[in-house]
Ligand binder design. Structure first.
Ligand code: ADP
Ligand code: MG
Length: 264
């Protein structure tokens, strides 16, 4: 398993991920308005909000899948500009989506190594032949170290349960030593036990120093695994609260805009 690299606190204590003043409009819809947020190494931040609040748009902007209208993104204190998800991935930003980012026709091992295939040396390397055996062994080691049980890493991902697929996607992010893990409703389609498992994996990633942004509608899960909870309301970040001292009722009040009324 690859050790996480460069994802510990930088010398000047810069957060792993910082978004500053991000705005994005789609025609007349202001999906995000001046959103600023920080995620430090080893921190799990819950990003919550009603449907259409702008959560997925923020994740897409951070990962380079969409461009902001204005604002900036910093990784480890350095300003970055991604035009493709591939570019953000090269900087250690991994995304796990609800709709299962794995290629269903590929095996577990192939998915884990997708885009980073281990090649043989020498002539075979030049011919671009994949070292399937090595990929399989490394994938098995990585999954075992995270306590993930899969029938075999040669199983095609289309045959796995939703929870197993999400576990493989999270494991892939952890084993490649990513600095930032963005999860957009990773457990929305999962059974309770599978949701628990993903929660444990997210905590394990945080212990590796990964900075995590978790979009979830499951407030109990947010309370359980997040250090902070950030609330988007119609594109604006209206609250950024320590989870420990925030009840589910409080979070829901912020999500619905009720907290703004109460405090006015
Ligand atoms: N590609 C797009 N084109 C037009 N409107 C979009 C697009 N993506 C998102 N939106 C709009 O932006 C707003 C925020 O959407 P989204 O980020 O998906 O919210 P959430 O993930 O919180 O449900 C919504 O009003 C949505 O309809
Ligand atoms: Mg969404």
């Amino acid at each position: 398993m690859t050790e996480p690299s460069g994802n510990m606190r930088t010398a000047d204590g810069a957060p792993t991920l910082e978004v500053r003043g991000i705005s994005r409009a789609f025609g007349s819809v202001q999906a995000l308005r001046d959103v600023s947020l920080v995620v430090r190494p080893g921190e799990v931040v819950g990003l919550v909000g009603d449907n259409g609040a702008g959560k997925s748009t923020l994740v897409k902007i951070i990962s380079g899948a969409q461009a902001p209208s204005s604002g900036e993104i910093l990784v480890g204190g350095q300003r970055v500009e991604f035009h493709t998800p591939k570019a953000s991935r090269a900087m250690g930003i991994e995304v796990v989506y609800q709709d299962l980012a794995l290629a269903t026709e590929l095996t577990v091992a192939e998915n884990i190594f997708l885009g980073r295939e281990i090649k043989y040396g020498g002539l075979l390397r030049r011919l671009g032949v994949l070292n399937r055996r090595k990929m399989r062994v490394e994938a098995e080691k990585a999954l075992a170290s995270l306590g993930i049980t899969i029938q075999a890493t040669t199983t095609r991902c289309g045959l796995l349960s939703g929870g197993q697929r999400q576990a493989v996607a999270v494991a892939r992010a952890i084993m490649w030593g990513s600095k930032v893990l963005l999860l957009d409703e990773p457990t929305a389609a999962l059974a309770v036990a599978e949701t628990e498992k993903i929660g444990e994996l997210v905590k394990a990633a945080a212990r590796h120093g990964v900075a995590i942004l978790l979009i979830s509608h499951d407030m109990a899960q947010v309370r359980k695994i997040c250090d902070r909870v950030a609330v988007l309301l119609r594109g604006e970040l209206v609250a950024d609260l320590p989870t420990e001292s925030t009840s589910i009722e409080d979070i829901v009040l912020w999500i619905t805009g009720g907290a703004m009324v109460v405090s006015e």
